[in-house]
Design a protein around this ligand. Structure first.
Ligand SMILES: *Cc1c(COP(=O)(O)O)cnc(C)c1O
Length: 377
């Protein structure tokens, strides 16, 4: 095999070089303008995001974790109120719940989609439940229509954690489609550089179609201000900076192309790996067009860690998202009574994510899949 092969989990450099002249100019324009905070670039990006998502309000903020925290702060919840959250997700989703002295009620996920389901949610609802935070994990929407119906029935808020699924569509029973992040009462996303829409630093955004919530979210994100130096509540300071907004405004135009490139890579992986008996390729729900933030396989013969070492020795990077259920994290001891969820437990032992980004070429995909297959031959 060639010595020079350099396969990466995420290739930010090649993606940048394709847009370099435009992005460099946009960044220089912000530097020249000196409008570093809430400048025109932020307003332009907000408007582009609202148009792209067909949503009434986009509130840019500093990162995806802040987006989730601000969303929960805008709901006027009381200490001890219960918020249903999957145990198989990135830490942020449950972290902000605990941080606000709410109770994260950790639930299991579906073994095929890795997402929480209406049935799982309904079984976890109690008198104290106030909100649900479905995570559209790895780029695929939860089954949001029945989740919204359950929420309505029980008077609960739904805050979508859409950090991994920006750009995905969800199809309702009547055939309408809407962007994920705009279906729950509030949607939260992240522009961490390796996310599907990545900034060149930190960034995040909150989406809502509810005018009152939109106002409240803006207020929370801006020190609880109604007008300058008048503070109606205790808020936070969370802003998307103008340089990041300028970069994102250019990259947003490419988001659908990026998703298409990720899907082409996923198709290649599916085709090349579906015949390997110890592997389960990711399930694609027809109601959701997957945007493949991650391409995540299950290794069912107990050799996941051996596979990862084997790949690593052959210059094929891979990642385990996620190795530890949230209820086993020391951080959440004292916040949850959950000690075991069978699907989450099994997924943490079985999953492995292969390189996935918009710049994967056939050569690399062939090498990656040949290497994976050779582990079992
Ligand atoms: C990345 C991510 C976040 C947090 O976003 P940051 O911008 O890193 O704060 C939250 N939830 C999920 C599911 C994520 O993948």
């Amino acid at each position: 095999m060639e010595q020079t092969r350099n396969i990466q989990m995420v290739d930010l450099k090649t993606q940048y070089l394709k847009l370099k002249p435009e992005i460099d100019q946009a960044v220089l324009d912000v530097l020249e303008s000196c409008a570093y905070i809430n400048g025109p670039a932020v307003r332009d990006f907000q408007a582009s995001m609202e148009a792209y998502h067909q949503v009434a309000h986009v509130i840019p903020c500093a990162n995806g974790t802040d987006a989730l925290q601000i969303a929960l702060m805008a709901l006027d919840l009381q200490p001890g109120d219960e918020v249903i959250v999957p145990a198989f997700t990135y830490v942020s989703t449950a972290e902000v719940i605990a941080l606000l002295h709410l109770k994260p009620v950790m639930v299991d996920v579906d073994p095929e989609t890795f997402n929480i389901t209406p049935e799982i949610i309904e079984a976890a609802i109690t008198e104290k439940t106030k909100a649900i935070v479905p995570v559209n994990l790895f780029g695929q929407s939860c089954d949001l229509e029945p989740i919204m119906e359950i929420a309505k029935k029980h008077g609960l808020f739904v805050v979508e954690d859409n950090a991994q699924a920006i750009g995905a569509d969800y199809t309702f029973a009547d055939g309408r489609t809407r962007k994920t992040g705009t279906i729950g009462h509030i949607g939260c996303t992240s522009f961490y550089p390796s996310k599907n829409l990545g900034a060149y630093g930190d960034g995040g955004a909150i989406t809502t179609n509810d005018d009152e919530l939109g106002q409240k979210l803006r207020m929370v994100a801006n020190h609880g201000q109604t007008r300058r130096y008048y503070h109606g509540m205790v808020g936070v300071n969370s802003r998307l900076d103008s340089i990041q907004a300028a970069v994102l405004n250019i990259k947003l135009r490419e988001l659908d192309n990026y998703a298409a490139a990720r899907n082409r890579a996923a198709d290649f992986y599916d085709e090349a790996l579906s015949g390997v008996s110890a592997l389960v390729t990711p399930k694609r729900e027809p109601k959701s067009n997957h945007v493949f933030h991650q391409y995540t396989l299950k290794v069912t013969d107990g050799r996941r860690d051996d596979l990862q070492r084997y790949l690593s020795d052959r210059s094929v990077p891979s990642m385990i998202y996620y190795p530890v259920p949230l209820y086993e994290q020391d951080a959440f001891k004292g916040f949850t009574d959950v000690t075991h969820l069978p699907v989450t437990h099994e997924l943490c032992e079985q999953v492995i994510s292969l390189p996935m980004h918009s710049e994967l070429d056939e050569d690399s995909l062939q090498f990656i899949t040949d290497t994976v297959r050779s582990f079992w031959s």
